[in-house]
Design a protein around this ligand. Structure first.
Ligand SMILES: Cc1ncc(C[n+]2csc(CCOP(=O)(O)OP(=O)(O)O)c2C)c(N)n1
Length: 654
């Protein structure tokens, strides 16, 4: 049924405003609701973009969880959170879901500011299990502190929902290793679709896939039936319940052995699309006063053939048009201009330099490495969602005389802070960090913005930080890094590279350590705009607008945030004012580095108030378009023009 606003709402779904409404539905109605929800997800993602394949696969699991548990009091923790669309739709956000990832709609990830049903803001993998342990321990501690003889209270149940690629993340495994701390109910739902964004990699993925191959669909059904058959026979004590279930139900299979060896009762594998069985399974397993793991098989893209056939293409997608049984569009996921250019350059450079090795953490396509992978399979490593290990692998490769490039999103690089410091920076190893999605990332929102990397990287010893402003500079920056025998960071945004601009010819000069380039002569100007990276384009626009208003300013492409070009201080000593511009939080960023340098000037005439630092004031910039995020953070050409006029005390032109 299509409403006036074009929102597809099925008849049943129209009645579900809260999870309590779900609980009134029959099993047959739940199944119908699942297909109505799939239609809504498809409708909204095709309009707004988003994570399609994972969400289509998680509908039944999500509905069954909400049917059985009461997440007003119980706690549901999503890992990554990209698969939470059904959860959003049934927890009062159905109508806002039509504007998924739009400024006026819901975010694509769980967010407590949106709903009491979201205990955490999430976006990174590996958090659900350890956070769930903490939540469960809080209840355990409260239980222990109740006075003896106090009437029993019903405690919130805790559920962690995690995918098969995220459960192998180090943080998840550290959580599993500590699960023994929990001596109360905690249910881990392992949603196994045998995919990360691409096919899963690594030893555990192989074990899980062997398990999958050793099972027919009938086996899976039998496992479910087996568990359910024994559920009514559960005794009253936790130990008895677990023992009975273990004895009668648990499958002695490689998948189970992994968890059993960690002393985690394992149940499964079961069919994650059989909603009726799932409801009964959750009903039973939720009663066990002990951590348990339910392993469910699902299909990524279930119910929409194009996403089912090519799930990686529909993992995270831009808007697309559904055309009969096929689709038009979407824009390739993660294929921003800078990413493409990076992918091309690194492939060309690797053809000439056989020291070049590329490493990704489950983001081959997103980081533009598809061509590299097919041309140089022996020099490409996908280590799965393991950013910290990826950095240490690179450190080892560098120690072995090779030139590893870690191709990673800024936000996920945060996971590797200590490895970058200790295994790379402290050793002064020539690892090249190719930091994609630096700056605002648009609709993915605050969990995914890459606005802190300059801050934490420039504090490290031996680290060189540079940022190409355009296509030509991407190659030059890579050439510089390959010739530099120390750690180097190259940062670039999720954005199309700017069109070639005759005014930026100076950017064609090779990168030289710590040297900025003058794009517009600063000698006769009172104010100089100093841009780091891609915002050079806004600085040039601002310079042209100001020139048309009779105000001449200089423009410098900083190229380096560490070390910063010391000649910037000369400009201050000459009495000029500087405006620094960066797609990063102001705190600890490029502008801060310029301020620090200026503060060390011995000339005695440098005033720090001659420097204005333009950058993001905060990291919590809501999901929206990248352009709007730059506008909100006052980082556009108009904002630069306004700043310059204020500095020169020239009223704004209206
Ligand atoms: C620390 C971290 N690294 C990388 C990502 C990017 N990422 C988002 S979803 C995803 C794949 C997750 O696979 P899985 O957990 O199996 O869930 P599925 O999408 O298959 O349901 C990746 C790599 C992330 N969110 N967090």
């Amino acid at each position: 049924m299509i409403g006036q606003d074009g929102l597809v709402v099925g008849e049943l779904l129209g009645t579900v405003n809260d999870p309590d409404d779900l609980k009134r539905l029959s099993m047959d109605q739940l199944k119908d609701l699942a297909s109505e929800i799939r239609q809504l997800i498809l409708w909204s993602v095709s309009k707004n973009g988003g994570h399609l394949a994972s969400n289509l696969g998680a509908v039944e699991l999500s509905l069954a969880l909400h049917y059985v548990f009461d997440f007003k009091v119980d706690r549901l923790l999503w890992d990554v959170g990209h698969q939470c669309y059904t959860h959003k739709i049934v927890t009062g956000r159905r109508d806002a879901f039509k504007a998924l990832r739009q400024a006026h709609g819901v975010s694509g990830f769980p967010n407590p500011a949106e709903s009491l049903y979201d205990p955490f803001t999430v976006g990174h993998a590996g958090t659900a299990i350890p956070c769930a342990i903490g939540v469960a321990l809080a209840e355990q501690i409260k239980r222990a502190s109740r006075p003896p003889g106090a009437p029993p209270v019903s405690e919130p149940k805790v559920v962690a929902f995690v995918g098969d690629a995220s459960i192998v993340n180090g943080n998840s495994f550290e959580g599993l290793n500590n699960l023994g701390l929990v001596r109360r109910q905690l249910l881990i739902v392992l949603n196994d679709n045998s995919m990360a964004i691409d096919a899963t990699v690594g030893a555990l993925a192989k074990v899980l896939s062997r398990l999958r191959l050793s099972h027919t669909y009938d086996d899976v059904r039998r496992t479910t039936a087996n568990i359910l058959e024994h559920v009514p026979k559960i005794g009253h004590s936790m130990e008895e319940a677990v023992e009975r279930l273990k004895k009668h139900i648990r499958m002695v299979l490689p998948g189970s052995q992994i968890f059993e060896s960690l002393n985690i009762p394992y149940f499964g594998p079961v069919d994650g699309h059989d909603i009726e069985s799932l409801v009964r399974l959750f009903g039973a397993l939720g009663q066990i006063d002990h951590p348990v793991l339910l392993h469910a098989y699902t299909k990524k893209g279930q119910g929409f053939d194009p996403a089912h056939q090519v799930p990686s293409r529909f993992h995270s997608t831009g808007p697309f048009v559904i055309n009969g049984n096929g689709v038009e569009g979407p824009t390739q996921p993660g294929r921003s201009g800078f990413t493409d250019v990076f992918g091309r350059c690194v492939t060309e450079l690797a053809a000439k330099d056989d020291r070049v090795v590329a490493i990704t953490s489950a983001m081959c396509d997103g980081t533009g490495l598809m061509e590299f992978r097919s041309r140089f399979p022996g020099r490409f490593y996908d280590v799965g969602i393991a950013e910290s290990a990826a950095v240490d692998v690179a450190a080892g490769l560098a120690r072995g005389g090779l030139r590893p490039l870690i191709c990673i999103y800024s936000t996920f690089l945060q996971r590797s802070f200590d490895q970058i410091f200790q295994e790379v920076a402290l050793q002064d190893l020539p690892v090249i960090f190719c930091v994609d999605r630096a700056g605002f990332v648009g609709p993915d929102g605050p969990t995914h913005h890459g606005v802190m990397d300059i801050g934490f990287l420039r504090a490290m010893p031996n680290m060189v930080l540079c940022a190409p402003a355009n296509e030509v500079e991407m190659r030059l920056a890579l050439e510089f890094a390959l010739g530099h025998d120390h750690p180097t960071v190259i940062r670039y945004p999720k954005e199309a590279v700017p069109d070639p601009d005759p005014g930026t010819e100076a950017c064609g000069a090779p990168f030289r350590l710590g040297q900025a380039v003058v794009v517009k002569d600063a000698r006769t100007a009172d104010v100089v705009l100093v841009a780091y990276g891609t915002l050079l384009t806004e600085a040039i626009k601002a310079q042209r607008t100001l020139a048309s208003q009779g105000i001449e300013v200089g423009v410098i492409n900083a190229r380096y945030a560490a070390p910063v070009d010391i000649h910037l201080v000369d400009l201050l000593e000459e009495g000029k004012k500087l405006v620094t511009i960066e797609d990063h939080v102001v705190a600890c960023g490029f502008g801060s580095a310029v301020l620090e340098l200026a503060a060390r000037s011995r000339a005695g005439n440098v005033r720090l108030d001659a420097i204005r630092t333009l950058g993001a004031q905060q990291t919590l910039v809501r999901h929206d378009t990248r352009r709007n995020q730059l506008i909100q953070s006052q980082l556009t050409a108009d904002d630069i023009v306004r700043t310059v006029r204020q500095m020169l005390a020239v009223p704004l032109e209206v």
